[in-house]
Design a protein around this ligand. Structure first.
Ligand SMILES: Nc1nc2c(ncn2[C@@H]2O[C@H](COP(=O)(O)OP(=O)(O)OP(=O)(O)O)[C@@H](O)[C@H]2O)c(=O)[nH]1
Length: 389
């Protein structure tokens, strides 16, 4: 719950961009209708995409035992259709005259709503808005076409479109919302990759703290041996969380550090070994070799390692995040994503494009620099925050 409020507040830039765009689209060619705030219309059945009274979401990414099977698939098309538009026309009741007093009181309660007929023009404008919100062309076209299905020629308000959009975004994101799987293997080795500045160090720090609070024994390896600042930052997080951080002299071989860290994690009976890595993409071949060597070396100790390769992406880079996934998938065996810095960006839509294009699990999202600013990815909360519902 707390994280949802935070997400909602902090995704403000993305949602306000969408909201303003939707308002403008509906107003452009829409017609104002007078609604009567009748004595509370029959309570709306909770839209099926909403959660009932939400229990407080734990800040710690919920780590579940390695799911052998996929989480139940959401019924794909159904959610997008009838649920979305909350009873358009019938609500727009024209005020009835019931004597002067009655009319006076009713006038106070009357409000207006603008609705626009969904036609080709409007569809095109919606596509453009979603592209501008960093959803990417293919995803924007697909999302819009699903939103329009069965609604062509119908009159829609901004609220109704937001609900349709949120339903559609949820539908795209649900299959990829998977917490970081926890395996019985000890230590479970989590290799963390991503370009410099994407938030790897911070994410490792947050995860380590959260795992530690959840009773897990964690060891961190500061594998970006070329950046003293990154090592220091990890040490600070390690101290804060009470988690050992293994370091090596600046410029030394990260693979050798990874080997030592693996040895230590095994000796300590650690549950998790998290390995930070360098993110210098300038020389892709070197980075590829460096990552491959780390993997080769830790496999000498456990041939099934690494058990997860987390790619950390910075939401503020927008569409560039898609390129980063392509690149890192070529140089490492990416098993899941963490998206950081969703706060303070108007580019939150890129997460929808990532889910749609790659289908890689999204384990967690970051909305700030504090420990509890990282949480498991919840598609419904995200869709609501993104659309400003
Ligand atoms: N606002 C915000 N800032 C974040 C988030 N995650 C990380 N940061 C900040 O982003 C900056 C870069 O984060 P790092 O964790 O150092 O990134 P890195 O990928 O390890 O980068 P290098 O150390 O250069 O390899 C730091 O100032 C972090 O505090 C987030 O979710 N929101």
């Amino acid at each position: 719950m707390a994280f949802f409020s935070k997400l909602k507040d902090r995704l403000f830039k993305s949602s306000s961009k969408l909201e303003q765009g939707l308002d403008a689209i509906v107003e452009d060619g829409g017609e104002e209708e007078t609604l009567t705030a009748e004595p509370q219309p029959a309570p709306q059945p909770a839209p099926s995409t909403d959660k009932p009274a939400e229990p407080p979401a734990s800040a710690a990414p919920e780590i579940e035992p390695a799911p052998a099977s996929q989480p139940p698939e959401p019924a794909p098309v159904q959610t997008a259709a009838p649920v979305a538009a909350p009873t358009p026309e019938p609500q727009a009741q024209v005020q009835e005259s019931k004597g002067i007093l009655g009319r006076l009181f009713k006038r106070d309660e009357a409000r207006t709503v603008t609705r626009r007929v969904l036609d080709d023009d409007m569809i095109e404008q919606l596509e453009e808005l979603l592209i501008a919100s960093d959803m990417g062309v293919d995803t924007a076209l697909r999302v819009t076409s699903n939103m329009a299905e069965g609604r062509y020629g119908k009159k829609l308000s901004t609220e109704e479109i937001k609900q349709m959009l949120a339903d559609e975004v949820t539908r795209v994101m649900e299959p990829v919302a998977k917490p970081l799987p926890l395996y019985s293997k000890r230590p479970q080795v989590v290799l963390v990759v991503g370009v410099n500045g994407s938030g790897k160090t911070t994410t490792i720090g947050k995860l380590a703290s959260q795992f530690k609070s959840a009773g897990k024994k964690v060891v961190i390896a500061a594998g970006d041996t070329f950046r003293a600042a990154a090592v220091e930052q990890l040490q600070v997080w390690g101290e804060r969380a009470g988690v050992p951080v293994l370091t090596a002299p600046e410029g030394s071989d990260p693979a050798s550090l990874a080997f030592d860290a693996m040895t230590r994690a095994q000796e300590d009976g650690a549950d998790l070994l998290m390995i930070d890595t360098a993110g210098r993409l300038q020389n892709r071949a070197d980075l590829m070799e460096e990552l491959a060597k780390i993997v080769r070396v830790i496999r000498k100790k456990d041939e099934t390692a690494p058990h997860n390769t987390l790619l950390v992406l910075d939401a503020t880079t927008g569409q560039n995040a898609l390129n980063q996934v392509e690149v890192f998938r070529n140089i490492s065996d990416v098993s899941g994503l963490v998206m950081t810095k969703l706060d303070g960006t108007a580019k939150g839509g890129v997460l929808v494009a990532l889910a749609d294009k790659f289908g890689l699990p999204i384990h967690a999202i970051g909305v700030g620099e504090q420990i509890d600013d990282l949480a498991p990815f919840d598609p419904k909360d995200f869709a609501k925050a993104l659309t400003g519902l």
